[in-house]
Write a protein that binds this ligand. Structure first.
Ligand SMILES: Nc1ncnc2c1ncn2[C@@H]1O[C@H](COP(=O)(O)OP(=O)(O)OP(=O)(O)O)[C@@H](O)[C@H]1O
Length: 357
């Protein structure tokens, strides 16, 4: 696992964190640290443990092993039997299903965390009005929740999460009930809000573009562990494992073997003569971004399909004899047709090598 640690005191850190449901280990020995003012996205396929990790930070679950610290204070420690309840962790939370009270007004929903803290009525009104302005719902305080659209309800939920100016805001797939267009707008708005307020946030999503647009750091999770935690650009340029490369759909990962004639890319018919692979390389990523069609010498590949996408032709080719051939998808500049055999160039400097899978 690769994590990023910093000399700055972490806003959130977890250490050796595990959670078992009966015999089932859902989270396995996870370590991470998030700096103040930064946004961390937890990204991964369904069931990989993203929500579980978020709920452990929130205090909605207690760890089987390990500990959670918020702003330097331990809020959960399995060994020491310490557990601080969610309402005492100073967090704001935004859920997928909004979790608003439909019978209360917008203002009353947002005021709830302030009332829990005993804030005066006058102060409450002022802070609710500010929070409403921040999410673009100024003047909507008296409306009933049931009279608001899905997008507006999610904005109310965000206003409620930030109204008490918590140290950290946790988002659990907040966009998944919204349609695509609205999701894109909301991602822009949440991003702007996060940077205006300098929020520290953890944001769970299975949507790569959402994670990449919002987060400073992205933790790619798989099977209850963090495979890699890094800035989005680093995940793309230097995926730590073949699994990260495959999950992010960065290109085609193929096994390699060294032979007398050079380095053989299995199931592709490709033999690399300029062998730049490090010792012990077992797999290589052929990144989609590095692939070009050429009229000169290159790797032969048969076009499986190709579709015009506005900015080019999204093209899948078979590297080697089908049906066992590895397939590589990339954006071609020119039109090609299924069945055509094309010539491809991939600079060896753009290839990424792995020493295990
Ligand atoms: N209360 C529970 N009892 C038993 N198993 C559970 C419980 N809650 C979650 N799990 C299991 O833990 C694993 C991780 O679940 P989690 O909800 O953290 O995944 P996720 O990555 O957030 O997935 P999704 O994107 O589908 O929400 C899953 O296999 C899930 O079935």
């Amino acid at each position: 696992m690769t994590s990023t640690f910093s000399a700055q005191p972490a806003a959130v850190s977890v250490s050796g964190l595990s959670l078992h449901f009966g015999q089932n280990a859902v989270l396995k020995n996870v370590d991470l640290a998030l700096e103040k003012g930064k946004v961390l996205a937890l990204l991964g396929p369904s069931g990989c443990g993203k929500t579980t990790l978020l709920r452990l930070v929130a205090g909605l679950l207690a760890p089987t092993k390990g500990s959670v610290k918020i702003d330097g204070s331990v809020v959960a420690d399995a060994a020491g039997g310490l557990f601080v309840p969610p309402e005492k962790r100073g967090l704001g939370m935004v859920f997928q299903d909004y979790a608003l009270w439909p019978h209360l007004s917008v203002a009353d929903n947002i005021a709830f965390p302030l009332e829990m803290r005993g804030v005066s009525r006058k102060d409450c009104e002022r802070r609710v009005a500010t929070a409403l302005e921040r999410v673009g719902l100024g003047g909507f305080g008296a409306r009933r929740i049931s009279d608001m659209s899905g997008g507006q309800q999610q904005r109310v939920a965000i206003a409620r999460a930030i109204v008490a100016e918590p140290a950290i805001v946790l988002f659990d797939e907040p966009m998944s009930n919204l349609d695509r267009e609205l999701r894109e707008t909301m991602v822009r708005e949440i991003g702007a809000l996060m940077s205006d307020l300098g929020l520290t946030a953890i944001y769970v999503t299975h949507d790569q573009s959402e994670a990449f647009s919002l987060a400073d750091q992205v933790a790619v999770m798989r099977g209850g562990v963090i495979e890699q935690m890094a800035a989005p650009e680093t995940l793309v340029s230097a995926p730590a494992t073949p699994e990260v490369a495959e999950f992010l759909r960065l290109g085609c990962v193929v096994p390699v073997t060294r032979g007398d004639n050079g380095l053989r890319l299995e199931q592709t018919g490709i033999v690399l003569k300029d062998d730049t692979a490090p010792a012990g390389a077992t797999h290589v990523l052929l990144p989609s971004q590095a692939v070009r069609l050429t009229s000169g010498e290159g790797f032969s590949a048969e076009v499986v399909h190709s579709q015009f996408r506005g900015d080019g032709y999204l093209t899948t080719v078979a590297l080697g004899a089908r049906p066992d051939a590895s397939e590589l998808t990339f954006l071609a500049r020119q039109r090609v047709v299924a069945g055509e055999v094309v010539s491809l160039v991939i600079d060896s400097g753009d290839m990424r090598w792995f020493t295990r899978k």
